[in-house]
Design a protein around this ligand. Structure first.
Ligand code: ANZ
Length: 847
């Protein structure tokens, strides 16, 4: 028998599948559909192990659903706009388009080698005008619906990438790509009015019962619905300023009010613009980013005004008004009332500027005098030092009472606030989708008419300019609209816009008129199963949900509101990290070990290597394994088997060379088993009929089907190993050829989604000509033949006996009486009667 040659077999099947359009969707719309989608990759150069894991998980599901006779849509595309292309091209004097297209072609061939069941006819690339033309149309549609607007705003400015970032793209005060500390900058920007849908985005989460809870919680927090009230504080000290509005969630703490804080960008700032000290203060403020996180961490600074605010609950309590760096202009009204005893930011501010800290809430069980000293007390409690609120439970009862009182005094009213801010979509970069807007000489803007779309990006331009390269493209910028000259908008769209609707495009990728075809959408949407990294929990998944709502808005035809019915977030692929003597990162290729404990560098066998913890594979720490090499060495089936083994798909997995080798060996062992079975079949024996094999196969159908539905893919790998161990022994028996073949074919079908190449080859060897389908378990083989009977004497459990199921009562009693322990007990007793619960229990009543 020849050794299994995975190279020949895998290449053969990959060619066969694609030549025969094996993974094309069915045009018959009466068939039940299944839309299986994995997050599409950024074409950075090569695929990485994260892709291998993500796409293998999706592929197993897609193949399983196809075998179940669903009409499966399993497409792939490229998230191909974005900064790395521009940066790489700048460094190497290349064109981003050429760089991107080359990467796409390399990565596509790598994905094909993994044996993915993708309908490549539907491939899309977001940097292609065929794609972004429709995005420009959507932009105009949203613009017409009032869901796009431009405003001057403070933005997060990434000084390294020289671009604006959305709040979601600032992590711990740093740019998500460059890692640079983000600054504040005032710029005129385009926005999507995502905040209009805050409530719908929040309510929609409740219906997503096939989403991981953690993702829903993250989105919920991000949307951040707050119940509270607005308070109109009377202001003294400047005749032009009558009052300042604040939003608060804690009106119960009003008696602890010791300053009023306003944002440096509050409209009132215009009265202080000429003050040099105020100017300096404003400059200091711009050193902190605009996200709440960065502001919370920054040192609290303020600028005292000559204004005084009056407490609505007591006209005699008057406090100073400060500009404060921790007050955001775009939350609530850009103003807060400061209660240092019960808010940590206010506390830090009060400490710095020597403002009173008056305690108004005391912990419930605290005996004696409670006073806030070291830090703000933000817990529940009972109201103190608060006149008519004293004794009430805080926050619950005290808030209701405080709001009632505020409304009565006409000083404010109940209010709901959302943390979610509109999505800033302008990016000052070249390699993105141009915004279809043009400006006249005065800077007034108009939409570019639909028939002048797409606005294509200019190619082969000089990228080594300061700021946005498009600003320097005079010829490109000039556009004639109805015979008048305009200048095109040079900002491009955030790449997250590209990925917010790509799942719609896959349903009708060649539709020229519009981004999607409504009939296709009605059939395919929503995506039944979406699979990707949890790092997109807020950004991409929230933007996509918004996009669906925005398209639905004022649109009677569009039906599905949520893009992704099921969501699965897979864990990371991890590897140990290595460092050389100079503290430099080393890749696994650069180190070796004989005992698995002590590691040395390859080039200098004495140089000791420091082994660090296993972390998710990343280029920066060099702890990466190149999938291409691994597929080359071990084959796609072995890689798929390994990447699904050991860890549940939602958990991190440790890469191990030994594990990989074990999977490879298994594939080869399986081939030997397969050949043994073929030989058995050739003998065409008339041996055993109903037997253990039927029982095993039917139980396996039940197990693997269940595990597929529940994403227990690592358990399926264990099931496959079990199957091998069973079959290698079982085939020693003499089986009737038809029985063996029928069972074996079912078993192969069950394993096919995980190891599609070797199994396709095995099925072909069986000369099975009909289309194979997912097998159904036959209930008669699933029934347990034996049952455990509890034996009681006067209601007390004495023994447990395994007997055949469904025996007659008299047979059961006879069997039990033969049990030594029971017969001993019964020997000197007077048996009055017995009670039998069929297949479960026998209770002997004795005296
Ligand atoms: C007074 C107060 C007293 C507050 C207290 C809290 C505790 P959430 O729950 O996140 O919505 N706030 C309001 N507008 C703000 C702005 N533009 N910039 C910074 N902070 C602002 O937070 C609501 C609380 O955040 C509000 O309740 C307000 O401070 C502050 F013991 O009002 B609070």
């Amino acid at each position: 028998m020849e050794r299994y040659n995975f190279k020949i077999v895998e290449e053969k099947w990959q060619k066969f599948w694609h030549k025969n359009n094996f993974f094309k969707t069915d045009l018959d719309k009466n068939k039940k559909k299944f839309y299986c989608l994995e997050m599409f990759p950024y074409p950075s150069g090569k695929i990485h192990m994260g892709h291998v894991r993500n796409y293998t998980i999706g592929d197993v599901l897609a193949r399983y659903k196809r075998l179940q006779n669903y009409n499966v849509l399993h497409p792939m595309g490229w998230d191909s706009f974005g900064m790395p292309a521009e940066n790489a091209a700048k460094e190497n004097n290349l064109d981003p388009k050429g760089w991107t297209e080359k990467n796409i072609s390399v990565m596509k061939s790598q994905l094909k080698k993994l044996g993915l069941s993708i309908d490549w006819d539907r491939e899309i690339s977001t940097c292609s005008p065929d794609y972004y033309k429709h995005q420009q149309l959507f932009f105009l549609e949203l613009y017409d619906k009032g869901l796009v607007y431009k405003k001057e705003n403070y933005v997060n400015w990434d000084p390294i990438d020289q671009t604006v970032l959305a709040n979601e793209q600032v992590i711990d005060g740093k740019g998500w790509r460059s890692g640079a500390t983000v600054e504040r900058k005032k710029l005129s920007q385009w926005f999507f009015r995502i905040s209009k849908f805050s409530d719908e985005l929040l309510l929609g989460l409740d219906k997503l019962d096939k989403w991981p809870n953690k993702v829903k919680v993250m989105q919920k927090n991000w949307i951040g619905k707050s119940y509270g009230c607005e308070i109109d504080f009377k202001i003294e000290g400047n005749k032009s300023i009558k009052n300042i509005k604040c939003f608060t969630t804690r009106p119960d703490t009003l008696f602890g009010f010791s300053f009023l804080g306003i944002s440096a960008d509050h409209p009132i700032s215009k009265f202080y613009e000429k003050d040099e000290e105020f100017q300096k203060f404003k400059q200091d403020c711009s050193k902190t980013g605009t996200t709440e996180e960065s502001i919370a961490q920054a040192e609290k600074i303020g600028f005292k005004t000559d204004l005084i605010a009056v407490n609505p609950f007591d006209k005699n309590i008057k406090v100073p008004v400060y500009f404060a760096n921790f007050v955001l202009m775009d939350y609530g009204f850009g103003a807060v009332f400061g209660c240092p005893a019960h808010d940590q930011r206010d506390f830090e501010f009060a400490k710095k500027y020597n403002l009173p800290i008056k305690t108004v809430v005391k912990p419930k069980n605290f005996k004696g005098n409670f006073k806030v000293n070291e830090e703000a007390y933000v817990g529940d409690g009972v109201m103190i030092n608060s006149s008519f609120l004293d004794g009430l439970n805080s926050p619950s009862d005290a808030i209701s009472k405080a709001i009632e009182e505020i409304e009565e005094r006409k000083s404010g009213k109940k209010k709901i606030n959302f943390r979610l801010k509109d999505w800033g979509i302008s990016r000052q970069r070249y390699w993105g989708c141009p915004i279809p807007i043009a400006y006249d000489d005065q800077g007034n803007y108009i939409r570019v008419p639909e028939d002048q779309l797409p606005i294509k990006l200019p190619e082969n331009i000089n990228l080594k300019t300061k700021g946005n390269p498009l600003d320097h493209q005079e010829e490109w910028k000039t556009i004639k609209i109805e015979d008048k000259n305009y200048k095109l908008e040079t900002d491009t769209l955030d790449t997250f816009v590209d990925s917010s609707w790509y799942y719609l495009r896959f349903c009708s990728p060649t539709n020229e008129k519009y981004g999607y075809d409504i009939d296709e959408i009605k059939y395919w949407m929503p995506v039944d199963q979406y699979i990707g990294g949890v790092e997109h929990a807020i950004l991409h998944l929230l933007y996509s949900r918004f996009f669906m709502l925005a398209l639905n808005y004022q649109n009677k035809e569009f039906i599905s509101k949520e893009p992704f019915e099921g969501l699965f977030t897979q864990g990371m692929v991890c590897h140990e990290t290595y460092k050389g003597e100079n503290n430099n990162w080393l890749s696994p290729d650069e180190v070796f070990s004989e005992d698995g404990k002590n590691f040395f560098t390859n080039d200098n066998k004495k140089a000791k290597v420091i082994v660090g913890p296993s972390e998710s594979m990343s280029k920066s720490k060099k702890n990466v394994i190149d999938p291409e090499k691994i597929i080359e060495n071990y084959g796609a089936d072995a890689v798929r088997l390994f990447i699904l083994s050991d860890s549940p798909p939602e958990k991190d997995i440790q890469w191990s060379e030994q594990g990989m080798v074990a999977s490879y060996k298994f594939i080869n062992k399986f081939w030997i088993l397969h050949n043994k079975i073929l030989e058995k079949l050739k003998l065409n024996k008339k041996g055993l009929d109903h037997n253990e094999l039927d029982i095993f196969t039917n139980k396996l159908i039940q197990k693997i089907t269940f595990n597929l539905e529940k994403f227990n893919y690592n358990v399926i790998v264990a099931n496959i190993y079990e199957t091998y161990n069973f079959l290698i022994k079982e085939i020693e028996k003499d089986y009737k050829a038809e029985v063996l073949k029928e069972n074996y074919l079912k078993i192969l079908t069950l394993i096919m989604p995980v190891m599609p190449h070797i199994i396709s080859e095995a099925v072909k060897d069986l000369n099975h000509t009909k289309k194979i389908e997912w097998p159904k378990a036959d209930a008669k083989y699933l029934e347990e033949k034996f049952v455990n009977i509890v034996i009681q004497i006067n209601g007390k459990k004495k023994s447990l006996i395994k007997i055949k199921k469904d025996l007659k009562d008299s047979e059961v009693i006879n069997k039990i009486k033969k049990d030594e322990k029971i017969s001993n007990i019964l020997s000197d007793k007077n048996l009055l009667k017995h009670i039998i619960v069929k297949n479960r229990l026998v209770n002997f009543i004795v005296k």
